[in-house]
Design a protein. Structure first.
Length: 263
């Protein structure tokens, strides 16, 4: 049976870059995203360029019925998944209580609930097989609270902590779990989250999605627990440990407020 790397949110940004980096290494892919036309175009290109098999599934992970359908298909064992990449994620910005609740709920459903369900389902199969890898995509935001992006920061903290815990639980079953915590990355994320990234454009913190993906696949080879591409981003991730929590909260809030597109 052919083995596949399953990548969610595979039509843009880090997800697309990871799919390409894996295909370049000869990995067969199962790409999951909302938009079928985009998936079809990407699958055709990757299959042609790298001579790998690329399957697609159009699925909105914020819709429980669609997610359940995908999980049932995976649990039936039609495909053997040896790498699960939970990359799909949403961001929102602004005062939490002023947000449209349906958007905030959608963020929770994609960033946390869908990720957890995929880890639970695919991780269970991997544990039974005695091998496999899971990569969950969090953010440097996971290491601190973030006013004006409160729900997003909190969701990434959940991903970080869940991933670290699962790593300990699953290692005795031969399954590796890693968590990717990138810093600012050139992608459509800022626009979709209503953030103004012009001030970050020339920042040395900013990396391309391709740079992040290359660093990630290399770290996966070494089964790294926490992957933070770029030394500046590693410093950014661990600096909150050096300051009192009240100061971390205030600094994070001040920085985030500067990037609100409508501010």
């Amino acid at each position: 049976m052919s083995r596949y790397a399953l990548v969610t949110g595979a039509t843009s940004g880090i997800g697309l870059a990871l799919a390409e980096a894996l295909a370049r290494r000869g990995r067969n892919l199962l790409l999951v995203a909302r938009h079928r036309e985009a998936l079809e175009a990407i699958a055709a290109e990757l299959a042609q360029r790298f001579s790998v098999e690329v399957l697609i599934r159009a699925c909105d992970l914020s819709k429980p019925i669609q997610l359940t359908g995908l999980l049932m298909e995976l649990e039936e064992g039609t495909y053997s998944i040896d790498l699960l990449v939970n990359n799909a994620g949403l961001g929102t910005s602004g005062a939490f209580v002023a947000q449209d609740w349906l958007q905030e709920q959608q963020l929770i459903e994609v960033n946390m609930l869908a990720l957890a369900r995929l880890c639970h389902s695919v991780g269970n199969v991997m544990a039974g097989q005695g091998n496999g890898q899971i990569l969950n995509v969090a953010s440097v935001a996971a290491f601190q609270p973030g006013a004006w992006m409160a729900n997003y920061y909190a969701s990434k903290a959940y991903v970080l902590h869940l991933s670290e815990a699962l790593r300990e639980e699953l290692k005795e079953h031969g399954v590796g779990v890693s968590v990717l915590c990138p810093g600012p990355t050139r992608s459509a994320f800022f626009r979709k989250a209503a953030l103004d990234d012009r001030r970050l454009a020339s920042s040395k913190l900013m990396m391309s999605a391709e740079e992040v993906a290359l660093a990630t696949v290399r770290a996966l080879d070494k089964n790294r627990a926490i992957i933070i591409p770029g030394w500046r981003n590693r410093l950014l991730a661990f600096s909150p440990k050096l300051a009192p929590r009240w100061l971390v909260r205030k600094i994070s809030a001040r920085i985030n407020r500067r990037f609100l597109a409508h501010h």
